[in-house]
Every structure is written in structure tokens, then in C-alpha cells.
Design a protein around this ligand. Sequence first.
Ligand SMILES: Cc1cc2nc3c(=O)[nH]c(=O)nc-3n(C[C@H](O)[C@H](O)[C@H](O)COP(=O)(O)OP(=O)(O)OC[C@H]3O[C@@H](n4cnc5c(N)ncnc54)[C@H](O)[C@@H]3O)c2cc1C
Length: 381
Amino acid sequence: MTNTYDTIIVGLGGMGSSAAYHLAKRGKRVLGLEQFTPTHTNGSSHGRSRIYRQAYFEGAEYVPLLLRAYENWRELERDADESLLRLSGGLMIGEPHHHTVAGALASAQTHGLEYELLDAATLMQRYPMLRPTPTTVALYERNAGVVLPEATILAHQRVAAAHGAALHFGEPVLHWEATDNGVRVTSERGTYAAERLILSPGAWAPQLMADLHLPLVVERQVLYWFAPKSGFDAYQPDRFPIFIWEIDNGLQVYGFPAEQSAPFGVKVAFFRKGEACTPETVDRTVREGEIADIRAAIEQLMPDVNGELVEAKTCFYTTTPDEHFVIALHPQHANVVLASPCSGHGYKFASVIGEILADLASEGATRLPIGLFDPARFKLE
Ligand SMILES: Cc1cc2nc3c(=O)[nH]c(=O)nc-3n(C[C@H](O)[C@H](O)[C@H](O)COP(=O)(O)OP(=O)(O)OC[C@H]3O[C@@H](n4cnc5c(N)ncnc54)[C@H](O)[C@@H]3O)c2cc1C
């Protein structure tokens, strides 16, 4: 079989769509295969908003990637002629010793990022809807805000297609194999050959990367949208920032400014309060007890938001034990690229991860720093 394509991408969610865009813009012959529709709600990239921020408490190593992601989001906006990343500012809130605050501060200081430290009184003065305890502090950064997942996925796909990428939807991939001169991918509709393969299957990584026995856990997470009791005015993006608030025992609640189109909700969620599942077994119904838990948290932190529940949805995290991503060449097949960049915090990076995946697929290497994401850090079987 001759290689009809330079690269096949399995999974056109956040990461795969961005990889298709970068490769197609470089003139590569791309085939993207997606089992569902362009912006389905079965994976990890739905829900209308994702936090973008730079003073990264998860590690200063991420900051160069966040800066590059910012440039790439802006470039995508120019290519697609659309507003896709909206800065509202961001607050990392907690006790001074909490990781959310101390980690963000360390990243900002290491990389000379602009920030302000606010005490509880200043925080309440600026954002009267918040109820910090007297010892709570917040790191505020201007360069944080909201990136729109469905809109950016569609923009990546549209520009990729305009540069000649073939993107197939409703076409599940059944298996892949490395061949003497590339890869062969079999879907429900046919078999395709290419020089390179990018696996960006999100929560389906345990199946498509089963040969590697990566320690990935797929978790069910819930997103909630509320209508604040006082209405939406005080929650507009020019007045209300994205936030992550560390409460007792390390639990974090995060949230967004009001949405700019109907249903206009203020979205909030627990950052990491999921249960292990698989895409086949997940319970997509949001339970009364879960709604009671998020209501109790926001009643304590920002009671005005605890109004009518507008909507609630489940979503998947695909997490590693250290919560860093997996982005690398396959250890046994140098023409296969692994992309499992979730661990609950991947979307803001999608614009740069697509560039990295395109580098790895076309050059076998990237100048962007991805050492942290090497699967060799796990003891693979
Ligand atoms: C509730 C929630 C909140 C989040 N909040 C944030 C946030 O604020 N900021 C942030 O940066 N990140 C956030 N994240 C994480 C971020 O959304 C994910 O890291 C990101 O969406 C992962 O993208 P992906 O491309 O890996 O997965 P997906 O977008 O799910 O894409 C994988 C695709 O592969 C397809 N696929 C799988 N197997 C096959 C197959 N065999 N054949 C064909 N297609 C296949 C799937 O159908 C899917 O479309 C959040 C995630 C969730 C769930």
C-alpha cells in the first residue's frame, strides 16, 4: 500500500484539530479521523469555556508553553477572523501557603510575569460577591481569561480543511499498526496508509495506546452553570475574572465570568473531584447530591452565585499520576506520536500542543520544551 497521506490523526478533539491545522498550514497531506461529530459532547472539550492563565501553579516549566499558546491562539483568531481568547484577568485564591497561590507566585516570579497580590480586604473591595476569610489572599494576573473550546476546534478544523486536510467525522478507528514504511490505520470505513500517525484520542487513550500500559485514569467531572441572584451585570468579563479558589484539604473550586450568549450562565466546578470511569460505563446524569455539594461550596465562597441552576454536564479528565501530560514519540515506533494532554488542564495549551504534534510528526523533534511529558517517567510494563 502506498502512503496517500503524510500524517493520519486519530481523534479530532481539542488536540487533534490543532495538529491538523498546524500540519495542513505547513503543506502536509493530512487525514483526520473522528468517531463523532466536529464538536460533540462525549469527550473532554465541550462546555463552551476553558480557563487560560499564565502564572501556572502546576509548575513554572509550563510557562514558556503558555506564552507560545497565547501567540498561537492570537494567530488562529487572525486566520479564522474570530474572537476566540477573551482576557478577563484571573485570580488564584487561597491561604498564602496553598499550592494554588504559592505555585502561581513562584511561576510568576521565575518568568517575570506581571501580577498583583491582593489581601482579603482588597479582594472583597474589588469583587464584593466574594467571601474570603481574613487570612485569604489572591494572586491576580491580567493575562488570564477564557478560551472557547467548541469555537476553537471548529476554527482549527475549518482552516485545516481550507489548507487541504481531509477530515472525516463519524468514522471510528478500530486499530493501527506500524508498517515497514509508515503506519496503517483501519477504521469502520476502510484502511489508510501514511508515513506518520498522531494518536490524540482523549479519554479513549487507554484503548488506542493499550500497548504502552500508561497509568492513565479516565475521570468523570461535572460542570455547573448558575444564574446569580443579583443578575449577570457584576459577572461580565470586564468586571469579573476567571478564578481558582483552594478551599479546605486541597480541594479547588474554579469559575468563569458570565457567558456572552444564551444561556448566559456563570460556570463553576470542582477542579479535581471526579470518579474513575470509562467512556463506555460513564454515568452522564448529574446527581442531586453532586449539585448539593457544589451549592454548599459556592454558598460559602460566593453566595450570590448560588441562584438557579441553569445547566450541568459531565466531561472526562484523562489523568496521569503526576497530572503532567503525555506528549512524545511512541517508544517503539518513532513515526507514531502520542498525545494525551489532559490531566484536567490541557485545553489552554491546545494551540501550542498542535504545533508540537506537528513538529514531532514532521521533524521527529520539537524545539518547544516537552521533557516533563515524557512517558518514560512512568515505570511502564
Ligand atoms: C470539566 C472539564 C473542565 C476543564 N477545564 C479546563 C480549563 O478550564 N482549562 C484547561 O486548560 N483545560 C481544561 N480541561 C481539560 C481540557 O478540556 C482537556 O485537556 C482537553 O479538552 C483534551 O483534549 P483532547 O483532544 O485530548 O480530547 P478530546 O477533545 O476529547 O478529543 C479526543 C477525540 O478523539 C476521538 N476519538 C477517540 N478514540 C477514537 C477512535 N478510536 N476513532 C476516532 N476518534 C476517536 C474522540 O471522539 C474525541 O473527539 C477541562 C476538562 C474538563 C472535562
